[in-house]
Design a protein around this ligand. Structure first.
Ligand SMILES: Nc1ncnc2c1ncn2[C@@H]1O[C@H](COP(=O)(O)OP(=O)(O)O)[C@@H](O)[C@H]1O
Ligand SMILES: [Mg+2]
Length: 229
């Protein structure tokens, strides 16, 4: 069984006269440990696809199966639990809590994921932050860190609960090319070291270079697929 299976997935926004066909029939299988890039221009359906994969939204038709469960058949609470236990999210605009330090941002995510006491929390938080190269910046707040450093905090936050899958929607869109490289290299390394499955989207050809499996999206359809070693 694959970690993720999509079968003829369609997503239509709106109703009546103003329907938007955001996904027009996507078939996709992703195995544990893959490092996949969804590449396509603005409006091609990248965010829609990641939202469905991340159980943040349901398809209009077709099937999305994550870790053996079909998300179309789950209720809100079941979806929330599925996300909490299996998925880490990384956003374009970092979405860190501004009043919390790097350490506290990551710790907060762990607390939400695990609900309750975790005697190993401190060790886990410090360990993941040093893995992304921020071991000596634990107590800085987002405004005391660069964009690239903030996105590395966000990578640590996504990874601290040891999810099977990390989804990143244009994670480098707000970073310069140097910081983008740093963040991508950390994601590549975390994928190798922890065998976490990564799926991230981009419209930037430089970022695409890092893909090991490339899916190109155009007008809501996968128009090209490539594997690189
Ligand atoms: N909530 C929404 N309501 C209506 N249309 C939407 C909504 N979200 C996205 N769309 C439309 O769906 C298409 C795909 O959008 P999106 O998935 O955001 O693409 P991308 O992330 O590649 O830019 C676009 O035409 C966009 O305008
Ligand atoms: Mg988008």
């Amino acid at each position: 069984m694959s970690l993720l299976e999509l079968e003829d997935v369609k997503k239509i926004y709106g109703q009546g006269e103003i329907k938007v066909f955001a996904l027009r029939g996507v078939d996709l299988e992703i195995e544990e440990g893959e490092f996949t890039t969804i590449f396509g221009p603005s409006g091609s359906g990248k965010t829609t696809l990641l939202n469905l994969i991340g159980a943040l939204d349901k398809p209009t038709s077709g099937r999305v199966q994550l870790n053996g469960s079909s998300i179309g058949e789950m209720n809100k609470n079941q979806l929330a639990l599925l996300r909490r236990q299996n998925i880490g999210f990384i956003f374009q605009s970092f979405n860190l809590i501004p009043v919390l330090t790097a350490y506290e941002n990551v710790e907060f995510a762990l607390k939400i994921a695990e609900k309750g006491e975790n005697r190993k929390a401190k060790e886990k938080v410090e360990n993941i932050l040093s893995r992304v190269g921020l071991g000596d910046m634990l107590h800085r707040r987002p405004n005391q860190l660069s964009g690239g450093q903030n996105q590395r905090v966000a990578v640590a936050r996504a990874l601290v609960k040891e999810p099977k899958l990390v989804l990143a929607d244009e994670p480098t869109a707000n970073l310069d090319s140097e910081a983008s490289k740093e963040v991508l290299e950390i994601m590549v390394r975390m994928n190798k070291e922890l065998n976490t499955t990564f799926i991230f989207s981009t419209h930037d050809p430089m970022v695409m270079e890092y893909a090991r499996r490339l899916l190109e999206l155009k007008d809501g359809m996968i128009c090209r697929e490539e594997r690189r070693e």
